[in-house]
Design a binder for this molecule. Structure first.
Ligand code: PHE
Length: 341
């Protein structure tokens, strides 16, 4: 009897299993009612009385050993996730997901686009890496125009063609004019690059929305009315505009537009440097040379164009003093726009 017990002990100690089913087979073999340990117990009554104490102890030890061994083998097959699942409290309140906010420049860009879409403009986009033709030449820039200079433009390659980072989104307007005959009514949002030293007032990249409308009989009065409509929606119904003569190679005549200061209502304050006006955009009638360069007949069609910096409009609307804040991604700054849509 003692020999049977110690043999069985050895077998059980060395038992292995390669699956949960194999563990179950072991349990049946040793621990079930018809198993080997039960058989031992059945034979117990045949053990001589003086040995019963020792043998009984050994059988009990064997049973404990087998039970522990089976449990250990079983445990080795249960995965972590099973165990985690057992501990999971499915009734617990979920951790709130923190939502991000839109970037202030995106908020303002969307607002500008929404206003122009309401006036019948559609959105056009184009590449940030451009060639000289689309950024300068087609737009009537003289070959020696200072804007082409290394100091203003980031050139990517001089040879064979001039490849550069666009300095304005007017290049998108050229691309649309080349492919489409009027009527054309588009707004072009996007990032532009200029080789400027980074400071509170200037950055080497910023964002624009430019607009273009070409059709028969488009006049300067149309331009003025559209821009007045924009200014009132963007800065409030009492906003006034004024146009000052200016110069751009691609428009003739050209103008710069001011809006009445929305801080003092035009009376003059620190914000508008006591003039009552703040400058917001450039505009003008598309130069006939530009239309010609893009395959549109200037004898039949006329058009206007305008362009504004999104940073500039955002600075005015939300009083952001330092341009660099837009690209630093300081969440304390970005969170301030949580309430804005
Ligand atoms: N392209 C000009 C700029 O980047 C803006 C502009 C667009 C001016 C259209 C007039 C007409 O500064």
């Amino acid at each position: 009897m003692l020999e049977r017990i110690s043999k069985l002990k050895e077998v059980i100690e060395n038992a292995t299993a390669d699956s949960l089913e194999a563990v179950e087979q072991l349990r049946i073999k040793y621990l079930s009612k018809k198993g080997e340990i039960s058989a031992l117990m059945a034979d117990f009554r045949n053990v001589p009385a003086e040995q019963k104490k020792v043998v009984g102890q050994k059988v009990n030890e064997l049973k404990t050993l087998a039970t522990e061994k089976i449990a250990a083998l079983k445990e080795s097959f249960s995965t972590n996730s099973d165990r985690e699942l057992e501990e999971l409290d499915l009734t617990r309140t979920a951790t709130p997901v923190e939502l991000g906010t839109r970037h202030p420049l995106t908020i303002v860009k969307n607002e500008i686009l929404r206003i122009f879409e309401g006036m019948g403009f559609t959105i056009a986009e184009g590449p940030e890496i451009e060639d000289d033709w689309h950024v300068f030449e087609s737009l009537n820039f003289a070959p020696d125009h200072p804007a082409r200079d290394m100091q203003d433009t980031f050139f990517i390659s001089r040879n064979p063609a001039d490849i550069l980072l666009r300095t304005h989104t007017s290049s998108v307007q050229t691309r649309v004019m080349e492919k489409t005959q009027p009527p054309i009514r588009i707004v072009c949002p996007g990032r532009v690059y200029r080789n400027e030293a980074i400071s509170a007032r200037a950055h080497c990249f910023f964002h624009q929305v430019e607009g273009l409308y070409i059709d028969k009989n488009v006049s300067f009065a149309d331009l003025k009315q559209v821009l007045l409509g924009f200014a009132k929606q963007m800065f409030g119904p009492d906003t006034k505009i004024r146009l000052r003569p200016s110069y751009f190679p691609f428009t003739e005549p050209s103008a710069e537009m001011d809006i009445s200061c929305f801080i003092c209502g035009g009376k003059g304050c620190g914000f508008c440097k006591n003039t009552g006006w703040v400058e917001i955009l450039g505009c003008g009638m598309v130069d006939p040379n530009v239309l010609k360069a893009c395959g549109i007949d200037p004898e039949v069609y006329t058009g206007y164009a305008f362009g504004m910096g999104i940073e500039r409009i955002t600075n005015l609307k939300y009083k952001v003093k330092d341009l660099r804040m837009f690209s630093e991604n300081d969440v304390r700054f970005l969170r301030e726009f949580e309430a804005a849509k």
